[in-house]
Design a protein around this ligand. Sequence first.
Ligand code: HEM
Length: 137
Amino acid sequence: MTADIALIRSSFKAVEPHGSQVTGYFYDHLFTNHPGVRPLFAPHIDEQRDRLWAALGALVANIENTETLTTMLQNLGRRHVGYGALAEHYPAVGASLIATLKHYAGNDWTPEVEESWVAVYGVISETMIAAGETASR
Ligand code: HEM
């Protein structure tokens, strides 16, 4: 993958202090651009906000620990089948995730950072989707 791990870490760190605002922005972006996915989520997503953010933090923390990362993503992908997440939803979530990181990273956001996140999200979604497909067969 063409991801620069140091850039992933530094940009994530720049966004982190913005706390729950970040996930609020993410869900607003996702539901505005893809209202069709709103019914998949519980009506009140406050608790869910923190879990998604915690999961992203754990993924970034383990980004070089391929075995742990893969196991985490496979489990997450299998659980997402139960939430009604389909392969075609992943690009929408990825676009909102990247728009959100870009919004809060400020000057830390560069084309190289974006390229790295696109590559990382590609691996994340491929691993989750593949595990989900195996689980639902
Ligand atoms: C980077 C990719 C993603 C990450 C890190 C992520 C993370 C999470 C986490 C940590 C949870 C909490 C429950 C659990 O741990 O099983 C969750 C729940 C959920 N996710 Fe994701 N997710 C991702 C992609 C997606 C996609 C593509 C969809 C499809 C629209 C989706 C829809 C949902 C739904 C519907 C729930 C349950 C929410 C509820 O009960 O209201 N997620 N996700």
